[in-house]
Design a protein around this ligand. Sequence first.
Ligand code: NAD
Length: 326
Amino acid sequence: MTTNLEPSFGGRRVLVTGGAGFVGGALVHRLVAAGARVTVLDDLFTGRRETVPAQAEFVEGSVTDQELVRDLVRHASVVFHMAARNIIASTKNPRDDFEANIGGTLNVLLAARESGPERVVYTSSTSVYGNPRTIPINEDDQVVALSPYAVSKFSGELYCHAFYESYGLPVSVVRYSNVYGPGQRPDNPYCGVVSKFLTSARAGEPLGVHGDGEQTRDFTYIDDAVEATLLAATHPRAEGEVFNVGTGIETSVNQLARLVCTAMERPCEIMHIDRRDVDNIRRRVVNIEKARRMLRWSPQVTLDHGLAKTVEWFLREGFVVSADEP
Ligand SMILES: NC(=O)c1ccc[n+]([C@@H]2O[C@H](COP(=O)([O-])OP(=O)(O)OC[C@H]3O[C@@H](n4cnc5c(N)ncnc54)[C@H](O)[C@@H]3O)[C@@H](O)[C@H]2O)c1
């Protein structure tokens, strides 16, 4: 079930940073359909201009540009701050990550402190948990940053919290867990494991699995992630809060590979790549009770069904990238 967004967003001015990306693009489509007047700020680092619907205003620029951010935030009633360097880019260039992910978030919050939007939603990551001691992971479990990306995403959260406490800025944080689905393009270097598997399966190549494949993740369908993000923007109780956004279901990468092959109706050949996964996390599954209880949100799409919808989209788009590309 999806929320009727018109009462909350119809006619309202909304800024989405990173709105030309995978999750941001899906969010912008929902907002535009609800009659919101959406502006997207994106430097097209991984995003694509075509992702942004014609009804939204597109501004090509970076969240590191303080004046530009101030100017755009000033006109917005709600700000979704999703622009970020991804984990691959961040690992290669932590300085750039620092400037975009931490500096960019500070710019958004400083601008929001000045102009006072009704809500700022910051999209963080379950990468901040590192290798958890216990699962499923709760929001108040220990944070152990094992990558520069986890440092920057968590720093953004800390700034959000500090601006909420110090200046009363109405901020909500969502921590996404492995979002997948239509729109996650395999030609984005950080497209996620589902897109990589789909690309291999389509090319009739073995699916490359890092290590033994018994590492687990909590895979979240795009529409469910977007719905939680919208509720974080509208629910009165979400202010100052952090929410896990996942499914509560742990799936190993080997299981995922088999499910992708089933969805593609292909025989499954797995090739174990003797290389560390980028974030080197053994097990990850999050507890979503807080979002269920406070936002009345629950994931609607099972992994089987989500993969079937993703395959349908993937085949329709007819991507011609090689699985060997980064
Ligand atoms: N997809 C996931 O599984 C996942 C998991 C955890 C957290 N997240 C978070 O969700 C958000 C969206 O991620 P996504 O999966 O859509 O990734 P994405 O790479 O598709 O989208 C990020 C967007 O931000 C833009 N961007 C990057 N640096 C920018 C800058 N300096 N100024 C303006 N725009 C900039 C990119 O061009 C891109 O359009 C990010 O904040 C990410 O950290 C995503």
